[in-house]
Design a protein. Sequence first.
Length: 217
Amino acid sequence: MTRTLRWIGGLLAAVTLSTLGLTAPARAATVSVPLRTLIADLPVASEVRTGYSRDLFPHWTDADGDGCNARYEVLIAEATTVPSVGSGCYLSGGRWYSYYDAASWTNPADLDIDHVVALAEAWDSGARNWTTSRRQAFANDLGDARSLVAVTDNVNQAKGDQDPTTWMPTYEKCRYVREWTAVKTRWRLTVDSAEKNALTTWGNSCSNVTVTVTHAF
């Protein structure tokens, strides 16, 4: 399989096991609603940072064992000019576009892979109650292209772990609101009241397009 394809996970065909007296595994739920409805449906809860450590989210794993970890899989998938992939997943000849600041790059070192919803923000919003394996799945989520995005490194560093209350990209703000809301929905994360208000305000100024999200589990 070509590396330009991201994993499509979570949707396995349900098998009827009633004759064996067993229950079939549940399908991952998919929602497809207008943006403003998706925002309105986000559950509100206080954030809790206590106990957070980035090490609790094992990240940049190579789940398929092809020699390219999740960071490089995103770079390959998002390249506007497809790079050559050498030994050790060394990338050359590629080109990338960072939508946060409308900048283009040819050196992968100039790009960070942003967790659209930062790991610390995820912890605050419910991931503190997850298992390590679920946190690892979140930190390396290639099943939805909105979860991880290649962006200019210093822009990502300026964003840090902020939510849309205090940080928005310079460009394509409505795309960012859609992606943020989709990731929170996909992983069943909460929002605090200020975050909900900011997303609602932005959503009201954006096109009320339909957003489709498949829950991770």
